[in-house]
Design a binder for this molecule. Sequence first.
Ligand SMILES: [Zn+2]
Ligand SMILES: [Zn+2]
Length: 158
Amino acid sequence: MPKPAKGKARRSLQAADLDRLHAMIQRLSAYGARITKQRKQTLLVFLEAPGFVSAMDVHNDLSKIYPGISYDTVYRNIRLFRGLGLIEQFVYDDCVKFKMSCIHAQQEHYHLICVHCEKIISMHFDPSKLTEQLPDHFRPLQYKFDVYGCCSSCSDSV
Ligand SMILES: [Zn+2]
Ligand SMILES: [Zn+2]
């Protein structure tokens, strides 16, 4: 898989992002998780990220506000958010990155990922049609794939 792009500016938050933050906090508290300042700040890092972030990126960001926060704490929060479907995980050759979940992430979906700007387009698609007749009468239980390529705005600019 290609390496994620680097060095892009942080997004500034829009009203829709704040609604989303509020919804994520509600989801956490419905689950019974404590809403700490650090957890809120971690959610903000994901909301403001222009693309994918690694656990190390989140730790670096949070350390600026909460010096001494441990990597373990950050990682546990990321796992909690992921378990609740607030963020999604993307596995690269040499690292694991995270991103805010696609809207409607509860439904089965796949990702079209632009390798230039890291835009993600989610796609609803039934993969079972591709695997109706597999060798060795193989029975699929789970599908896992993402499509890497170039989005329309990046195609226009190259
Ligand atoms: Zn998604
Ligand atoms: Zn693009």
